[in-house]
Design a protein around this ligand. Structure first.
Ligand code: GLU
Length: 483
């Protein structure tokens, strides 16, 4: 193994980025930064049938949004360029030729018809469908003639049967496979492109990757890769296969049960800090009770040894909670920018609000929201006069004497220039005393008047934020409407 720690994130540009892929990228990144190693991004784009235009750009943007900067990779370059597999085809061809020359791999000219017939026959016997090595036994003359005649071919790995393939996985411990269950893998396809297995291990070797950190779904590929390393006479890297991501019912995380694309979470308004924190905990824990991490803390605490081998359940409630926590930890100046951005998508887009006004709204609402945009849904009264008054609250809080109480309250504040929160508090208390009622008899109708609902931030905060004029207007209006 190389003494230098070098890890890679090797996505295939086949569309959206699954949450699980972002976790793979994150764990590679955290491991590299924690150990002073290097983090590489390599685009595995040799499967032309699955290639989606724009997917690479999307990938790079997402990594940059998430703050996962890489040391080598697309656009950035590096000592081991190119980092697109589609630009490395001659390297794979050369290496496949080497395997053929050394009898570790062979040409296979079997037609799709023969292969499907073979599969059908094998299925009838025991369902174990594997290539029967027919072409391994072709003579040199037959091979040369087929090649000269341009007969389509693939190149297969010659997997010897009866061999035990054992390795130590950093997450899962000792892993063993028998070579009998491994097919003679195709290494070069009939279109001349390498398969994932061949390209992946050649690049990991040539790019001096020390640790392969990837999802558990790649575990069955590991023995194939080890056989390939042996065929080349190379030392394999260390492996760490990350646990599966599960739905709450412990089935594999799937689109059917919810969103799986990073894009979906971005669109919903999740903070990258929350999403990264959440994803970091999908399979890893520092071993204490700490759950809220910022980026630097994650880098400091992360270790592969503390990655679990059992599936990690995707708990949306926890993600929401983390979003709330990270939102509360954000400086108001940053939230204002986000709020202004969200404002553009509302009917208040054309209205003018000062930063000071928005900061006051944020301060009042921060403990009560999961997303910044919740402010508009939970407290529209900071942006417009209430259209209606919540029925249940009217029943409970609007009494025959409410108009007189509110009039008294309005008189008091109209006498104060620029009332502060304490002035509202005092006006409420004085009104209650003078009208000989409990403070609740002032607060409930005042809440209804100013906000239309009974919950939300403190009444003094609401009054102070919307300001004296609006308070007076809204009192007048509710009296007109409810009498
Ligand atoms: N290209 C594979 C993927 O799409 C990489 C698997 C690996 O890390 O070896 O995830």
């Amino acid at each position: 193994m190389n003494s230098k720690i070098r890890v890679r994130y090797a996505p295939s540009p086949t569309g959206y980025i699954h949450i699980g892929n972002l976790r793979t990228a994150l764990y590679n990144y955290l491991f590299a930064r924690n150990t002073g190693g290097e983090f590489i991004v390599r685009i595995e784009d040799t499967d032309r049938t699955r290639y989606v235009p724009g997917a690479v750009e999307n990938l790079i943007n997402t990594l940059s949004w998430a703050g996962l900067d890489y040391d080598e990779g697309p656009e950035k370059g590096g000592a081991f360029a190119p980092y697109y597999q589609s630009e490395r085809l001659s390297i794979y061809k050369e290496h496949a030729d080497y395997l053929i020359k050394n009898k570790k791999a062979y040409y296979c000219f079997c037609t799709p018809e023969r292969l499907s017939q073979l599969r059908e026959e094998q299925k009838k016997i025991n369902n174990d469908t594997r290539y029967d090595k027919h072409c391994l036994h072709l003579s040199e003359e037959e091979i040369q003639k087929n090649l000269a005649d341009g007969v389509p071919y693939v190149i297969r790995l010659n997997v010897e049967k009866g061999i035990k393939i054992a390795f130590k996985d950093i997450v899962r411990g000792d892993v063993e496979f028998m070579s009998d269950i491994i097919d003679d893998q195709i290494l070069i396809k009939s279109d001349g492109f390498p398969t994932y297995h061949l390209a992946n291990i050649i690049d990991d070797h040539l790019m001096e990757v020390s640790h392969v950190i990837r999802g558990e779904e790649w575990l069955p590929s590991a023995p194939k890769h080890i056989l390939l390393y042996q065929a080349f006479g190379w030392e394999p890297p260390l492996f760490a296969h990350l646990p599966l991501l599960l739905n709450p019912d412990r089935t594999k995380l799937s689109k059917r049960q919810g969103d799986v694309a990073v894009e979906d979470y971005k669109k919903k308004g999740y903070l990258k800090e929350a999403l990264i924190n959440f994803i970091a905990l999908l399979g890893w824990t520092a071993g204490d009770d700490k759950e809220i991490y910022n980026f630097d803390e994650l880098i400091k605490s992360f270790s592969l040894e503390r990655v679990n081998d059992s599936g990690a359940v995707f708990d949306i409630e926890k993600l929401n909670w983390l979003n709330e926590e990270h939102l509360r930890a954000k400086p108001d100046s940053e939230i204002v920018v986000m709020l202004r951005d969200e404002l553009q998508h509302t009917k208040y887009a054309k209205d003018d609000y000062t930063d000071e006004y928005l900061v006051n709204v944020i301060e009042a609402m921060k403990p009560r929201i999961t997303f910044v945009k919740d402010i508009f849904e939970k407290a529209p009264y900071f942006f417009e006069e209430p259209e209606t008054y919540e029925e249940a609250s009217v029943k409970k809080g609007w009494k025959a004497n409410s108009p007189d109480i509110l009039k008294k309250f309005a008189e008091k504040i109209s006498a104060i220039e620029n009332p502060k929160k304490e002035d509202y508090e005092k006006a409420i208390a004085d009104t209650a005393t003078e009208m000989n009622v409990g403070k609740g008899n002032v607060i409930h109708p005042l809440r209804l008047a100013t906000s239309g609902v009974s919950g939300g931030p403190g009444i003094n905060d609401i009054c102070y934020i919307i300001g004296k004029e609006k308070v007076e207007e809204r009192i007048k209006r509710i009296i007109e409407k409810l009498g």
